[in-house]
Design a binder for this molecule. Structure first.
Ligand SMILES: NC(=O)c1ccc[n+]([C@@H]2O[C@H](COP(=O)([O-])OP(=O)(O)OC[C@H]3O[C@@H](n4cnc5c(N)ncnc54)[C@H](O)[C@@H]3O)[C@@H](O)[C@H]2O)c1
Length: 116
């Protein structure tokens, strides 16, 4: 399989595009780290991957939180010794005019979508 012996992280992969990416990576043989703030949904996907014969590790971490990101990366290195693929998929949006965004909302969007 194309991604055998590869470790892949897909952030924000409990649903949507990230979920599709995680499922596809697993089908291609990668060990997939299903990261999300929604651990329940991440675990559902992890079980789905495993029931299809794939390998998954579910990690709850908020990608806008430096400490949580560092802990996630450390735990992956501890378990697998390497990370081959990173898909920085986690993202949030708030629809509407920029004037309707508070600074806290703006900063959260930038931190989730760009900072880490
Ligand atoms: N859907 C679109 O039309 C579209 C268009 C352009 C870009 N994008 C981008 O593609 C990516 C995926 O889009 P989607 O529609 O699948 O999104 P989605 O909202 O369906 O899923 C995003 C996932 O990210 C998780 N998440 C949110 N904040 C997080 C955080 N701080 N840390 C970890 N996980 C977090 C959510 O819990 C969710 O599971 C996003 O970055 C989005 O901005 C989407």
């Amino acid at each position: 399989m194309m991604l055998e012996n590869k470790e892949a992280i897909a952030t924000g992969s409990a649903r949507g595009t990230g979920k599709a990416v995680a499922l596809q990576f697993a089908r291609k043989g990668a060990v997939v780290v299903v990261n999300d703030v929604d651990l329940e949904k991440a675990e559902e996907l992890g079980h789905q991957i495993k029931s299809q014969g794939g390998q998954a590790l579910m990690v709850r971490a908020d990608v806008s939180n430096q400490k949580e990101v560092e802990e996630m990366v450390k735990s992956i290195y501890f378990k697998f010794g390497k990370i081959d693929i990173l898909v920085n998929n986690a993202g949030i949006i708030k629809r509407g005019s920029i004037e309707d965004h508070s600074y806290d909302e703006w900063n959260k969007i930038i931190d989730v979508n760009l900072t880490y």
